[in-house]
Write a protein that binds this ligand. Structure first.
Ligand SMILES: Nc1ncnc2c1ncn2[C@@H]1O[C@H](COP(=O)(O)OP(=O)(O)OP(=O)(O)O)[C@@H](O)[C@H]1O
Ligand SMILES: [Mg+2]
Length: 360
């Protein structure tokens, strides 16, 4: 996909901002607090229905305003011109997709595929399991039609079962929800495990391009219960007593996780902070690459403040690998990194000042 136009109104410091990115590498420079990350946040919000800096209601809408407004126009892999508009108050939202009202934010997110790497992205390795589950589920949501209905079934059954567990029910009341949870959960787990198996070689070749010194990374899936020993139905039955005592469902795909393993390292703790970031970047770029292989077009790649996260050598290697792919990239930096010359010269440059991006 290729983003042609982004309009943002009342998001953080952005009062009225317009950005018309070129294909390929776009560089956005500007001082601290100028609004660079806010522009990336706007794109991310359209692609995910949420920000990477907290919920919309937690300060995304510009102070003193009631709602933020976004508009984006892009060209999809078939060359079709697509449009999306979103108005969000923090509590309520209204969206339009190609001129018609969109019934759910999920519909918008299905159309606009964005991957983001920003200073908080090392949480993909260092943070809680929800970051890694979201990473898996984003990919499945975009490439696997079976995923969304089964994820919704699972989420509904989990909510019902947890509500019952809080009320200390008789076992018979749990039975139908256990069955539903087990059925949907097994499918969910199979999809996640298959995706990680597909991603593993893509991650290995991505990491080789800019992180070869650590050796070939592997991906280890943790389904959320002892899947190799028991079915989810059996595991739920066996954990009933404990779940009743706890008042919630203690195992299942909502507790799933995955991790990156390097053969020469004892564990994630052995990674330096920079290596942790590079590994997280390799995961994000591998995900974009796997998406491109499945869908025949790249997602929009947003890289916020990458130069302050990586050393010069790793930055050059990561950007060379990405620029060579033909993906459209939005890269922010406080100043133009001097290595962005020759084959890494940006297609377009913008300078952001007080929330206004101007083409250079
Ligand atoms: N709800 C809000 N209303 C008004 N201004 C806000 C709101 N939330 C954040 N801001 C301001 O918006 C700006 C956000 O800037 P942003 O994080 O996009 O800057 P940046 O260009 O990425 O800077 P840096 O180089 O420091 O990362 C800051 O000046 C911040 O104080
Ligand atoms: Mg920033």
């Amino acid at each position: 996909m290729r983003l042609n136009l982004l309009r943002v109104r009342n998001l953080r410091c952005l009062v009225e901002a317009e950005l018309a990115p070129a294909p390929g590498l776009n560089l956005l420079t500007g001082g601290n607090g100028a609004g660079k990350t806010s522009l990336i946040e706007a794109v991310h919000l359209l692609g995910y229905g949420r920000s990477f800096r907290g919920r919309v209601r937690d300060g995304l809408v510009r102070g003193g305003q009631t709602a933020l407004e976004l508009f984006a126009e892009w060209q999809d892999g078939q060359g079709r011109r697509r449009r999306v508009g979103l108005r969000h108050t923090g509590q309520e939202w209204e969206a339009r997709l190609d001129g018609a009202p969109a019934p759910s934010l999920t519909e918008l997110c299905a159309e606009l595929a964005v991957v983001t790497f920003e200073p908080g992205s090392h949480e993909l390795l260092a943070g809680g399991g929800e970051h890694r589950r979201r990473f898996l589920d984003w990919a499945l949501f975009h490439v696997e039609p079976e995923f969304l209905p089964v994820w919704r079934r699972y989420a509904r059954a989990l909510k019902q079962r947890n509500a019952l567990l809080k009320r200390q029910p008789v076992a018979a009341a749990l039975e139908p929800w256990d069955q539903e949870l087990a059925q949907a959960g097994e499918i969910l787990s199979r999809l996640r495990s298959a995706y990680l198996a597909r991603l593993e070689p893509v991650l290995a070749s991505t990491a080789e391009e800019f992180l070869a010194e650590l050796g070939r990374p592997g991906l280890r899936f943790q389904p959320g219960w002892r899947r190799e020993e028991q079915s989810l139905a059996d595991a739920l039955l066996l954990s009933r007593e404990r779940d009743l005592a706890l008042g919630y469902t203690s195992l299942g795909p909502h507790r799933a996780d995955w991790r990156v393993e390097y053969p020469a390292l004892p564990g994630r703790e052995a990674l330096s902070r920079g290596q942790e970031k590079l590994t997280a970047l390799a995961c994000v770029l591998a995900q974009a690459r796997a998406f491109a292989a499945d869908r025949g077009e790249w997602p929009l790649v947003c890289l916020d403040d990458l130069a302050s996260e990586l050393d010069r050598v790793h930055l050059a290697r990561a950007l060379t690998s990405l620029v060579g792919s033909g993906a459209q990239i939005l890269l922010t930096a406080t100043e133009m990194p001097d290595l962005l010359a020759g084959p890494l010269a940006p297609q377009a440059r913008f300078h952001v000042e007080q929330g206004v991006p101007r083409p250079l």
